[in-house]
Design a protein around this ligand. Structure first.
Ligand SMILES: [Zn+2]
Length: 233
């Protein structure tokens, strides 16, 4: 298992659960950094440097330590309006965004696609629409699916945005299960998948190697089961 994926001069680090960091040059983009009390995470919030932080939706296992990392690094948090507003109330600098609109950054573009999922912020208010996030670095597109049920937009993303890499939940319960994740990866027409969200709520019953075996038997898609990064980044 690898701790770092090197794709087209983009370094991808797994933080555990749904958390990832993407490094290219001086840009350090972090998504869903859930570290404190997370089953798999090996780093503490003060061991992560970031220039941008993005959050897929307002559940605690995705907001995680985003506010602390934001404050430590003066890094802006980009999220759907309700989530961004909550982070702002905690003292973070934020960029609130709507679903579906292309957002420009100095490292590329981000598009928040609809995910089929719902719930509450830590303050008990609805977190609004949940999202998956397409990161377009110019020569490579990464699709972080967030938490979602299987739905037709995933097919649309495959046809319209053509991502290269999918970071895809396989844990079932609140998310795609392994069989659904294989189907969705086919729809997305990606070259590489990384399974996520199998370490919480599942009592260890979900083995990402079963997903890897199934998808590599049925398709030409390469599956990278990643180990959470253990050195500060
Ligand atoms: Zn989740």
């Amino acid at each position: 298992m690898t701790q770092i994926l090197d794709c087209e001069k983009l370094k991808i680090y797994y933080l555990g659960h749904s958390g990832f960091a993407f490094h290219r040059g001086a840009h350090k983009i972090v998504i869903d950094p859930f570290l404190t009390n997370a089953p798999m995470a090996r780093l503490k919030p003060n061991q992560i440097s970031a220039t941008d932080i993005l959050i897929t939706h307002g559940h605690a296992d995705h907001i995680g330590d985003a506010v602390e990392i934001s404050k430590n690094n003066q890094a802006k948090i980009t999220a759907i309006w309700e989530v961004a507003q909550w982070c702002k109330e905690q003292g973070a600098e934020t960029l609130p965004v709507p679903i579906g609109v292309t957002q420009l950054f100095d490292w590329g573009k981000a598009i928040f696609r609809p995910a089929v999922h719902s719930g509450f912020l830590p303050n008990g208010k609805s977190f609004g629409p949940a999202a998956g996030i397409i990161l377009d670095f110019g020569n490579i597109k990464i699709y972080h699916l967030g938490d979602t049920a299987i739905n037709p937009d995933l097919k649309f993303v495959g046809e319209f945005y053509r991502p290269d890499v999918a970071l895809i939940p396989i844990g079932g319960r609140v998310n795609l299960d392994i069989d659904q994740a294989v189907t969705v990866a086919k729809w997305l027409k990606v070259k590489t998948v990384v399974p996520t969200h199998y370490d919480l709520f599942t009592q260890g019953e979900i083995n990402p190697l079963n997903f890897k075996q199934k998808i590599e038997q049925e398709t030409d898609i390469k599956c990278e089961v990643m180990e959470p990064i253990s050195t500060p980044i």
